[in-house]
Design a binder for this molecule. Structure first.
Ligand SMILES: Nc1ncnc2c1ncn2[C@@H]1O[C@H](COP(=O)(O)OP(=O)(O)OP(=O)(O)O)[C@@H](O)[C@H]1O
Ligand SMILES: [Mg+2]
Length: 395
């Protein structure tokens, strides 16, 4: 049984390492001066009382897009108060669970309504929803409405709103209020795949957030660590190592913070008063394993069974294995677990998908003088996968 006593050796305040922690002052965002300058300048037309830009903010996960947006919007709200002719509203929504223009529009309409007047999430046609939205925007007591749409990529290809909303003034739907959109995305394919029309509307002004390098991550961690840990708790190499892991992998501050948090937690659990480099290595392995497990859980059943067949072969030293060998193992596995059996073609498809996702490696072999070729599959990161599977209830 673990002891449940108040921690007075490692963490002074571990909340500052959590994802939910929000720095409240724009100066607390470090290593982002250029991006913030660019981003803030995008709001110049608003302060001038003119038609706003539509701003598109993009960059990989964990690079400070949401954090800086929140603080820049606070700053805008603060600055507008100096000008009597400005009344800027900034409704902010996360589109994470909203997968169509229809769902996002309803959410936007409801930003202007009291709870008892809110539209239900289904049952209207989209023309009606747009009319409601334009009516609210014309009626609202504001000089500007800037919609901040975070994780906008989840809207997918059903992106009519992303044409309509940024252009609602130009198209004459809204004449009484200046409307602008800030769209935020970490999905590069989303931006590249936008139709020319939508791209023109949504991306008047672009701000790119590149991944952090290891040195930048060190500075970010250093600042948080001072608040999070008691003095002298971190061994010298801890922050550089956590930053190096995250820097090599994703360049994400979120990942770096997670590694540091986990490392501190390992030391705390073992009742030690120092966090060591070994804790950082262990934390990194645990986090990677967790991520792998999450990905495994998201695989469709037949794909998991395919992966498991290759794992069984690897366990017996029979890999790299041809597709026919994988299929034979798959057939007996399916019989064992009582699942339905799919065709060879389906399993071949799963094999290619699993290699694309990095679970398997694939090599093309030539048959020799008779020509033709075949593929051989093996498990990538066999030990990590096996450990992840051992730790789980994965069938
Ligand atoms: N420059 C920075 N200074 C201090 N903390 C930062 C910085 N950049 C990111 N962080 C912290 O890293 C975490 C991730 O940042 P944020 O949520 O802004 O990422 P994001 O770019 O919006 O990622 P996603 O695309 O996954 O939403 C947060 O906890 C944030 O406070
Ligand atoms: Mg974000």
């Amino acid at each position: 049984m673990v002891e449940l006593t108040r921690d007075d050796t490692i963490f002074k305040d571990q909340d500052v390492l959590r994802d939910s922690y929000q720095p409240t002052n724009i100066d607390e965002i470090i290593e982002r001066d250029e991006e913030i300058e660019e981003y803030v300048s995008g709001f110049q037309p608003v302060i001038d009382g003119k038609q706003p830009y539509n701003i598109f903010v993009y960059g990989q996960t964990g690079v400070g897009k949401t954090l800086s947006t929140n603080l820049i919007i606070d700053y805008l709200n603060d600055r507008q108060q100096d000008y009597g002719d400005l009344e800027v509203l900034t409704p902010q929504i996360s589109c994470k669970s909203l997968t169509s223009s229809y769902q996002v529009s309803i959410r936007l309409v409801n930003c202007f309504r009291d709870q008892e007047e809110e539209l239900p999430t289904r049952g209207h046609d989209s023309g009606f929803i747009y009319e409601q939205l334009w009516a609210h925007l014309n009626d609202v007591e504001a000089s500007h409405v800037i919609f901040v749409l975070d994780e906008i990529d989840s809207i997918g290809t059903d992106d009519d709103l992303l044409y309509q909303l940024p252009r609602c003034n130009d198209l004459g739907h809204v004449t009484e209020t200046n409307v602008g959109v800030v769209g935020i995305s970490n999905d590069f394919t989303f931006r590249d795949n936008l139709s020319a029309q939508v791209k023109d509307s949504l991306c008047d002004y672009e701000v790119h957030y590149p991944p952090y390098n290891a040195q930048e991550l060190q500075n970010i961690l250093q600042q948080r660590a001072e608040k999070a840990f008691y003095e002298g708790v971190l061994a010298e190499g801890v922050i550089p190592l956590a930053s190096a892991f995250a820097g090599q992998d994703s360049g994400s501050a979120r990942q770096a913070l997670r590694i540091l948090h986990k490392a501190g937690d390992l030391a705390r659990r073992e009742g030690r008063d120092q966090v060591t480099e070994q804790d950082v290595r262990d934390a990194n392995t645990l986090i990677e394993k967790g991520r792998l497990l999450d990905e495994l859980r998201r695989l469709p059943t037949q794909s998991r069974l395919t992966l498991q067949s290759v794992l069984l072969l690897a366990d017996e030293g029979e890999t790299p294995a041809k597709r026919s060998e994988v299929y034979a193992t798959y057939e007996s596995l399916v019989a064992d677990v009582g699942s339905s059996k799919k065709s060879t073609r389906t399993i071949h498809n799963h094999l290619s998908q699993l290699s694309l996702k990095g679970f398997l490696t694939v090599e093309q072999k030539n048959k020799g003088s008779h020509g033709g070729s075949y593929f051989e599959y093996d498990v990538n990161q066999f030990e990590t996968l096996e450990e992840a599977l051992d730790d789980s209830d994965f069938v």
